[in-house]
Design a protein around this ligand. Structure first.
Ligand code: ATP
Ligand code: MG
Length: 568
């Protein structure tokens, strides 16, 4: 294997390579992706999924899909199904290793009893507010709970009765007995169990006490024999607690490793906020193409390959940063450029009549399906006397460097003919409603035999043959790079972009699109990449614009390269 392929791509791979050398885990690599089923997955999760499954694949190991379903109030079956769909869509395979933390509740309970018996956990009757108050702050040590020194017998009895449902919500907790003066607040007798009389989407009414994240997570990892438990940086100061629990229980003890979560400009990534956007109908649903969810990206027309390439380029680091969303768009574009067939469609139509083209005639012209992929071949596009062109491609009074259509000017109609604008027809309000042109029959296919050149090439659709499509143009959901940048007293919702969705009804598109199916992706020449929306049915065609063709990332990179060039 060439050396580059062996080289670690990031610090986590380096840790694994070292572990494999020292035989720390007997040559095993076993990771997991542990979502809580309380929302749909987003592009940040994709980074974690690809990292965990990617490491397993690279080092011949395994990766589990595990639902961390320990909070029944926020969790639902719908989320479980959507998460499975999204992980699969990314190309990751958990094989037969689909697990649920709720399947471990009995074992967790037994381990909690074990800690009580060892004098390392106690039932505490402080209210949630009191517990917070007793906890102290970063600068002030906490105080011991008055219930801290209950006897083991009393603790065992109370804990059993907590489970049996004798006490109301919030009246008691089980806490670890560690150190109320510990400099790390997470170590100040953290809560392990709370009372919650709420049915769970999988265990039903079997439980009315539920384990807290810090207690549960390490146990889940341990039960599944995980070697490298990878999580995001905010858990770094939970690691001592992760280690403490596993040390007390003398069970298999994975290594927790933290990496920087993905943040994107113009994007909110917290599930709480995404849920709010859905519930308050700022978007049409979790899979609204403006959402950073995987289902939203999919509906928008993004490919798994583009998400993978994006995550590869972002890399895995130990410090938090915000990635420019232009990089994601660049990766989407680069991928679609290779694979998406080209078609012609007009978003804001202006009618053109070719006066010297016979009234009842039409013909078919050859158009290249994908210049990046010769194997994609050609197709026929119909041409006749009446066409639509893009309104923007005509200027009555063209500025300098405008090389498209204008009175008296000749341009090329892509794959068709040279045409010259001979007349402009206006309505009473003075708006241009139609153009009159003549065509040069000798330029069929788009080249003049006399070597005459034109500066502009524009796209078009035959009016008589056009299909009509509703086209949804998407822009960033927020109008500021940092959606949380708001005046005092407001929140991220103040930055919602009112222009994030523009619908153009009845756009003329070429007839070859009549067979397009939901999910099919195309480049509309000169306009961008578009994907057929699942709302298309029974002859109705709906397209989502995935991205425009303008690559702001490439421009940015070029500028950065120029700026970093040494002076001479
Ligand atoms: P919340 O928004 O409520 O904090 P979460 O996004 O952390 O929730 P989980 O279901 O707990 O949701 O996440 C599952 C896994 O995905 C975790 O290991 C978490 O660290 C990882 N993850 C979540 N968000 C990101 C992100 N933005 N970048 C990278 N990994 C992430
Ligand atoms: Mg989380």
């Amino acid at each position: 294997m060439p050396e580059a392929e062996n080289a670690p791509a990031n610090f986590i791979e380096q840790i694994i390579i070292d572990d494999l050398k020292t035989g720390k885990w007997a040559g095993r690599v076993h990771t997991r992706f542990p979502p809580e089923p309380n929302g749909y997955l987003h592009i940040g999760h994709a980074k974690s999924i690809l990292l965990n499954f990617g490491l397993a694949e690279k080092f011949g190991g395994k990766c589990n899909l595990r639902f961390d379903d320990t909070n029944p109030v926020k969790e639902e079956e719908e989320y479980v199904e959507s998460i499975k769909r999204d992980v699969r869509w990314l190309g990751c395979d958990w094989e037969d290793r689909l697990y649920f933390a709720s399947d471990y509740f009995e074992q967790m309970y037994a381990w909690a009893v074990q800690l009580i018996e060892a004098g390392k956990a106690y039932v505490c009757d402080l209210s949630p507010e009191q517990t917070r108050e007793y906890r102290g702050t970063l600068t002030r040590p906490g105080r011991n709970s008055p219930y801290r020194d209950r006897s083991i017998e009393e603790n065992l009895d109370l804990f059993k009765r907590m489970r049996a449902g004798e006490f109301p919500d919030g009246s008691r907790t089980l806490r670890a007995k560690i150190d109320m003066a510990h400099p790390n607040l997470n170590m100040r007798d953290p809560v392990m169990y709370r009372i919650l009389h709420a049915p769970h989407h999988r265990t039903g009414d079997a439980w009315c006490i539920y384990p807290m994240y810090d207690w549960a997570h390490g146990l889940e990892d341990s039960i599944e024999n995980i070697t490298h438990s990878i999580c995001t940086l905010e858990f770094e100061n939970h690691r001592p607690l992760y280690d403490w629990f596993l040390d007390q229980l003398h069970v298999h003890h994975p290594q927790q490793i933290e990496f920087a979560r993905l943040n994107l400009t113009y994007t909110v990534m917290s599930k709480r906020k995404l849920l709010e956007l859905v519930r308050e109908r700022h978007v049409a649903g979790w899979d609204d193409p403006r959402m950073p969810t995987i289902s939203g990206l999919r509906r928008r027309g993004v490919t798994p390959a583009a998400v993978r390439e994006f995550c590869r380029r972002v890399g895995v680091a130990k410090f938090d940063s915000v990635i420019d969303i232009a990089l994601l768009e660049h990766c989407i574009r680069a991928d679609l450029n290779k694979t998406a067939p080209r078609v012609m469609g007009v978003l804001r139509p202006l009618k053109v009549v070719i006066e010297n083209y016979p009234e009842n005639q039409d013909e078919e012209l050859d158009a290249i399906n994908n210049p990046e992929d010769p194997a994609a071949g050609t197709r026929k596009v119909p041409f006749c006397r009446e066409l639509y062109i893009e309104r923007d491609d005509f200027r009555e009074d063209p500025p300098r460097k405008f090389f498209r259509l204008a009175p008296g000017r000749e341009v090329r109609l892509r794959y068709a003919y040279f045409v010259t604008c001979t007349g402009v027809i206006k309505n009473e309000a003075g708006q241009t409603v139609e153009l009159r042109c003549t065509y040069d029959p000798a330029t069929r296919g788009g080249d003049a035999p006399d070597g005459r050149k034109v500066k502009g090439t524009i796209h078009w659709v035959s009016a008589r043959h056009a299909l009509r499509a509703d086209v949804r143009l998407y822009d960033h959901l927020f109008s500021k790079p940092d959606p949380d940048d708001v005046p005092e007293g407001q929140d991220y919702r103040a930055n919602l972009n009112p222009q994030s969705l523009v619908v153009l009804p009845g756009c003329p598109v070429e007839p070859s699109l009549g067979t397009a199916q939901p999910g099919d992706r195309f480049q509309f020449e000169r306009l961008g990449y578009f994907c057929v929306d699942p709302d298309s049915a029974g002859g109705r065609l709906v397209f989502n614009r995935t991205v425009t063709l303008r690559d702001t990332w490439s421009k940015l990179e070029k500028k950065m390269r120029e700026n970093s060039r040494p002076e001479h």
